[in-house]
Design a protein around this ligand. Sequence first.
Ligand SMILES: C[S@@+](CC[C@H](N)C(=O)[O-])C[C@H]1O[C@@H](n2cnc3c(N)ncnc32)[C@H](O)[C@@H]1O
Length: 225
Amino acid sequence: MPRLGKREKWKRNQSLRCVLEPDLPVPGTECFEHRGRWAAEIFGNDRPIVLELGCGKGRFTLFMAQQFPDRNFIGLDLKGHRFWTGADEAERLGITNVVYLRAAVQEIERYFGPEEISEFWLTFSDPQPKDGTGRKRITSARFVERYRRIAALGARLHIKTDSALVHDLALEELGPDFLLQSRDVHGPWIETVPEPLQALLRFQTHYEQRWIREGRKIHYLGLEL
Ligand SMILES: C[S@@+](CC[C@H](N)C(=O)[O-])C[C@H]1O[C@@H](n2cnc3c(N)ncnc32)[C@H](O)[C@@H]1O
């Protein structure tokens, strides 16, 4: 198949069942119509929801959905043409426990209600090195405080990154109680990680493959919110 451009992917997204591109008024107080009722109204069940923030092509979200048919998965990204890849594949494979949401992390409380999310994944988030106050870096304590507002009891947060800055700032701001932590995910450490987390961490996202090719080490932090 020829490579598709952005416009074609945007167009194709419109006919994919698993793509949600709500246009909330900006700025506005109105919330997403399914806020607080995602499991029942979007997935038609009462299963836990796992949210990947900045999912890019969305292949990791899809991989998780395939591994855990008894959970619901949402891949969120600002850019619909990126997650078209995962969404298109999900539809072709008939996978129904995953959806992709075009939204900004900054707006997260307009989409999700209190206690709605059981697990968060932040994969290769932009490091925003000039963002001293953490207003843009979606791994900052400021953002994590917002994730807590929509987190279910005992929810977990996973941060996987090539950026020592992202890792070290998170360690400083969110520590010291991490469940797991590594500065070299794909080194010998991975063998010590219990399943099923080990299989999830072994999966390499699009950006991760790129950074590994460039010889960068992959960092990971896992904590309970
Ligand atoms: C470096 S890429 C990583 C993509 C994917 N997680 C991966 O590992 O291949 C960062 C992604 O985050 C998305 N992103 C950045 N800031 C965002 C925001 N504020 N809200 C939603 N998505 C955001 C970008 O559109 C991009 O797809």
